[in-house]
Every structure is written in structure tokens, then in C-alpha cells.
Ligand binder design. Structure first.
Ligand code: FEO
Length: 396
């Protein structure tokens, strides 16, 4: 049991079992489903947990409340990793009132069936609990349409839903001030790139709205509870990523079946380094889970993609990566590309179509290689690397 501030307790759970979040994104350090219990004159739960952790969750809740009932379940975000326990919660607490906006409550009905007592709130509405008073602010599309935050006016706590969340289970405590937080920063960037990445504009709107609040503690649905200087750091990460701001560096994402396309990638990387670009990250699109590639694509300004032709199109893992980039509406990137073929070149055409669609600034001349590496191809790859280096250095 952990009391956070005032009458707010942490009752979330660690998930160290799931290997892929959303069936897609690896969880090397696990993940949390955070829930907060406000044991005030009225009792409110803020968000709940994945249904598979209900027993442990209930034990934590009862450890604080005993047989006292829960008056309200505040739903900041309806996605089932936070709402999956609703049906079971209602069995244990039949009089619980679900508190959220109209859209979220409609979704609750769609997922879990009607019949619950509900309280529909809108922007700026408040819920008095005794010592604590919650005020609700809508932050749609961060990253679902129903998303909102609950701000505790009394203790200046922001219950932020997925906003400011990150991957990574908690090792003993939810409070950032009592732990080594180092693992969470890169996990926050990866979480953002994977889960929230498409919604840069809504995140910017949300940040503008939340700027007006005096926040002393951020309680999101995933990862540590943030306090002190970390609040600005977390806000800064979400701000930078949602503006698609990137640092100098290049991600070379390549596919290669027999090592020929890889030789092109190696040549480009060598030239980038020779030209003074220190941050060059190479990712094999077949071997590296795209979760990590996407995180690096959000971090660095330069992107170079290369793959062989395959079935009169492009190597499938590269097709998937291109789709994942397109889905995130990424902006402000420099793009170079290259490809190879044995008898008919399709991969570079496919990369050209991708380039047109995403609208990145094309940097250097795309390189096409027939069969194996020759001096002319090698020179063209070096030219591509140099062009990308020059473009990046022009921004210094
Ligand atoms: Fe953690 Fe969008 O659910």
C-alpha cells in the first residue's frame, strides 16, 4: 500500500507476464496498469486495471477500504487495459457510479453492457469528495476520442490517463522520488512513438490546456508517479515528440536477404561517420522489432530506408515499416532511400511512392543496385551518405 498525497493511494498493478503490448510492442521491463484510490468522505477510484489482474487489484483496494464501498469510478480512458475490470468491479460494488464524459460512457456500455449507474461530466465540471475535489478536462485523441484528465484542485494532482505514461513495471514503489528512474526515460519515448505517435496535434492542444494548471504530482495510467523536476521533464518529452522535433542523427533501416543490400547500408553509414555524423543507428527491419525502430525514427532527423525488391514490390518487413511511419503522420524529416534487385527493380519505385506520400524532404539521389555491389554503386551510396550529412550539418 502506498499513500501518495492527501488521501490518494496507489492501487495499480505490475504486468510482468505480457510480452507484447497491444499484441505488437515488446515489454522487456513489463508495464503497469495504474489505478488510484481516493479514500475521502466519498470514495473514488481513478481508472482501474486489466481484467487479468482483478484479484490482486481488489486485494489492494480492500486492504485500504476494508468493507467500505466505493462511491465512484472515474474513467479517464476507456481502453480495456484500464477498464477491463469494470464488469467485476460492478459485481463487488453494485452501487458504484461510473463517472466520465458522454463518449466514454457510451463506450463502456458498448464494451461491458448497460445497467451501471453513471454520472456524465463535461469540461470543467467538478466532483466533490470531501478533502479532495476533482475537476475534469477533456483531452480528446490522446490517444482515444474519449480521453480526459482529472485534476485534484486540493492537492494539485493530475490524473492524466495515458498522457505522460511509459512502458516499464515498477520495482517496489510508484513514486519517482524513491527510485532510480533511468530506465523509464527511453521507455517513455518508445511508448510515445508506438502508442501516441500519430496524435501530435491533439497532444499539443492538451499540453496548452494543462499549462494553466498548478501540478505537483502526475499520476498517469502507465509507469511511475511523477513529482518535482520530473514533471517538467516528462512534459518536455511529450512536447518535443508531439512537435516531431528531432536531433541530429540518422536511422538507416534496411532489409537484406543475402547481405547485398546490407553492403549498401554499411557504405552509407561509413560515409555518414566519415562526414562527422556521430549518431548513426542501423536497424535490420527483419530482426529488430519495429517498436524500437519507431522510437529512433522519432529521435533522429535523418531517415535512410533501403530494401530489396520482392515479388515485384518491396521486401515485406520494409512495407510494414513504411506503413507504420505513414500511420504516425511523422513530420520534419530528411529522407534518403536505396534498393536492390536481381532482374527488375521495384523496391526503389515503392520507396519513391512512400516518399511522396509522407512528404519528407528527399535528401540525396536514391540508389538502385542490380545484383551485387560494384564501384559505381558504392560511389552512389557514398554520395547519398554525404548528401544526408551535408543536409544535417546545414542545420547546425
Ligand atoms: Fe493504456 Fe490507451 O491504454
Amino acid at each position: 500500500m502506498t499513500t501518495l498525497k492527501g488521501k490518494v493511494h496507489y492501487v495499480g498493478v505490475n504486468d510482468r507476464v505480457k510480452t507484447l503490448f497491444e499484441g505488437l510492442w515488446p515489454l522487456p521491463y513489463g508495464v503497469t496498469y495504474n489505478s488510484y484510490l481516493i479514500a475521502d468522505d466519498k470514495v473514488a477510484l481513478v481508472d482501474s486495471v486489466d481484467v487479468n489482474f482483478f484479484d490482486l487489484f481488489l486485494e489492494k483496494v480492500k486492504g485500504i477500504l476494508g468493507e467500505r464501498p466505493i462511491d465512484y469510478l472515474v474513467i479517464n480512458h476507456m481502453e480495456p487495459d484500464h477498464s477491463g475490470a469494470i464488469r467485476l468491479l460492478r459485481k463487488v460494488y453494485p452501487d458504484i457510479t461510473l463517472v466520465s464524459n458522454k463518449k466514454a460512457l457510451e463506450m463502456v456500455e458498448g464494451f461491458y453492457g448497460a445497467g451501471a449507474k453513471t454520472l456524465t461530466i463535461a469540461e470543467g465540471d467538478t466532483l466533490e469528495l470531501g478533502h479532495h475535489t476533482l475537476r475534469f478536462h477533456m483531452i480528446p485523441m490522446v490517444h482515444w476520442p474519449e480521453t480526459m484528465v482529472s485534476y485534484d484542485i486540493t492537492e494539485h494532482i493530475l490524473f492524466s490517463g495515458d498522457a505522460f505514461g511509459c512502458f516499464g513495471a515498477l520495482n517496489g514503489t510508484p513514486l519517482d522520488s524513491r527510485m532510480d528512474t533511468s530506465v523509464y526515460w527511453s521507455e517513455m519515448e518508445r511508448y510515445y512513438a508506438n502508442i501516441v505517435g500519430k496524435y501530435g496535434a491533439p497532444v499539443q492542444k492538451a499540453l496548452q490546456k494543462l499549462k494553466a494548471l498548478d501540478i505537483e504530482m502526475v499520476c498517469s495510467t502507465h509507469g511511475p508517479v511523477w513529482t518535482g523536476e520530473n514533471i517538467a521533464r516528462v512534459g518536455g518529452i511529450y512536447d518535443r515528440l508531439s512537435r516531431y522535433e528531432a536531433e541530429e542523427g540518422v536511422v538507416i533501416a534496411y532489409g537484406s536477404m543475402y547481405g547485398n543490400t546490407l553492403q549498401m547500408a554499411e557504405t552509407i553509414a561509413g560515409e555518414l561517420a566519415a562526414q562527422g555524423i556521430r549518431k548513426v543507428v542501423m536497424h535490420d527491419v527483419s530482426r529488430v522489432n519495429h517498436s524500437f525502430i519507431l522510437a529512433d525514427l522519432f529521435r533522429y532527423k535523418g531517415i535512410i530506408l533501403g530494401a530489396p525488391t520482392y515479388n515485384a514490390s518491396i521486401y515485406p518487413p520494409m512495407e510494414m515499416l513504411m506503413s507504420e511511419i505513414e500511420m504516425r503522420d511523422m513530420k520534419n524529416r530528411y529522407l534518403g532511400y536505396f534498393g536492390s534487385f536481381s532482374w527488375a527493380c521495384h523496391s526503389v519505385k515503392r520507396l519513391a511512392a512512400f516518399s511522396e506520400k509522407v512528404g519528407f524532404e528527399v535528401t540525396g539521389t536514391p540508389v538502385e543496385m542490380k545484383q551485387g555491389m560494384k564501384e559505381a554503386t558504392c560511389a552512389a551510396c557514398r554520395e547519398l551518405g554525404k548528401a544526408m550529412a551535408d543536409r544535417l550539418k546545414a542545420d547546425r
